[in-house]
Design a protein around this ligand. Structure first.
Ligand code: ZN
Length: 429
């Protein structure tokens, strides 16, 4: 079985691992048990970007680690830092990607300004902090600051209202949220009478996840939650067919002209539901049988819940949203030559330009494997560097002949498995 993915971008601009200085931060010295959410609009054109602040919110739970507070991976095109203003110490950081940066590659972005709702999610501080947002610079992979905001935790305008009220269920619960990866499933396009279908689909997705590597060996580090969001109408938007449905998270097909690219721009609504439980990863199941999905690093993953390939698509999108993995396919119809700066290494752990292969997966390549590696029958299941990946036939190399990040029906390759395992351990230790 081979399915050709169209563009499931998970990131666009090019990037390299950032060097972060690590110093231990004691969670209880600086943070309480809730989440501080900074809502804003990410606006701009193909060449510009601007952050327009909306509001601060407090959510009741913190789902992340209380031990690992400074990002060590350097993935993604945006970086968030929380600085204690009294000591000027960095007390928390994480990285992510966004829908806005993908939109910047569209024709529309050359013609108009547009804004996308986004939120920054950090543990709720005890004292005054400065939230800094950085964006990756294409030319040299560095991060440049694009926004900062000082937050006082006693600010009376921090909104604590519970905007949505709906049933939540623990589908698989093995550890306290700071000791587990918390996957939060939210349904979109399910009416109240259809909610039982949603819970059944979360159960079967979880069963599939725990049957594949590396998740089957990490079952004791993963909590699964289901948030039963109720939509006014059943289904989802398909703009090219004139179909528009009123749903809780406003998902739609046809994103950026790709019929299978299923996304939502309504991040603040999504976050209202995700904030009802401790959350590390937002997984949205859309009530449709049409093939499609999307996954963006530390943002969300979205999958059709009734298509026959749903589980395979979910696993692929989780590769993007959890592991910041790049697509290993290169037969995309879309010309995306300018996505990667081939003079540097991409941040995606499973793609290389061979500019600095040492920092990639060279340690997993055996001595008698030639780099670059030929695609031939003798090299099936051999870790190497195969030309073709990240939507390009030349100049970008992938670790394995086939992998879930290349096509449906394959396991994650050893490099992708290692990456996902490292991220899950980071979030659960
Ligand atoms: Zn792979």
């Amino acid at each position: 079985m081979k399915a050709v993915f169209k563009i499931f971008f998970n990131s666009v601009l090019l990037a390299l691992l950032s060097i972060t200085s690590f110093s231990q931060v004691n969670y209880d010295d600086f943070f309480t048990s809730g989440t501080l959410r900074i809502d804003y609009y990410h606006t701009g054109t193909d060449k510009t970007q601007q952050i327009l602040f909306k509001e601060l919110r407090k959510e009741p739970y913190w789902g992340g680690s209380r031990t690992h507070l400074i990002d060590k991976f350097g993935y993604g095109n945006y970086m968030v830092k929380v600085v204690d203003t009294k000591s000027e110490k960095i007390i928390f950081s994480y990285n992510f990607c966004s829908l806005f940066e993908e939109w910047q590659f569209t024709e529309e972005a050359k013609l108009t300004n547009k804004g996308f709702p986004e939120s920054l999610i950090v543990p709720f501080p005890k004292n005054e902090v400065r939230i800094e947002l950085y964006s990756r610079v294409f030319e040299d992979n560095s991060f440049g600051k694009i926004y900062e905001l000082v937050v006082k935790p006693d600010d009376v305008f921090i909104n604590t209202e519970k905007t949505v009220n709906t049933e939540v269920r623990k589908i698989h619960y093995v550890a306290e949220p700071d000791k587990a990866l918390d996957l939060v499933f939210i349904g979109d396009g399910y009416t109240k009478p259809e909610l039982n279908e949603f819970y059944a689909e979360v159960n079967s997705t979880a069963e599939f996840l725990f049957s594949i590597a590396p998740f089957k060996d990490l079952k004791d580090k993963i909590n699964i939650w289901a948030v039963g969001a109720v939509s006014a109408e059943s289904g989802t938007d398909v703009p090219q067919n004139g179909i528009w449905k009123s749903t809780a998270m406003n998902c739609n097909f046809d994103t950026f002209g790709s019929d299978r690219y299923l996304t939502s721009s309504d991040f603040h609504s999504i976050r209202n539901y995700a904030g009802l439980v401790p959350c590390d990863q937002i997984c949205i199941l859309v009530n449709t049988d049409v093939y499609g999905g999307g996954g963006i690093y530390n943002f969300w993953n979205i999958t059709s819940s009734k298509n026959e390939y749903r589980n395979e698509v979910f696993a692929h999108e989780l590769g993007h949203s959890l592991g910041a993995l790049g697509d290993e396919y290169y037969d995309s119809e879309v010309s995306t030559e300018d996505i990667y700066n081939k003079k540097t290494e991409p941040y995606q752990a499973n793609l290389t330009t061979l500019v600095n292969f040492e920092i990639k997966w060279k340690d997993l390549v055996s001595e008698n494997t030639k780099i670059p590696t030929d695609v031939n029958a003798g090299n099936v299941n051999v870790v190497g560097a195969y030309e073709g990946g990240g939507y390009q036939t030349k100049g970008i190399y992938r670790p394995y002949i086939n992998c879930r990040m290349k096509a449906l029906g394959y396991e994650f390759c050893p490099v992708c498995q290692r990456t996902l395992t490292d991220v899950i351990k980071y979030l659960s230790e």
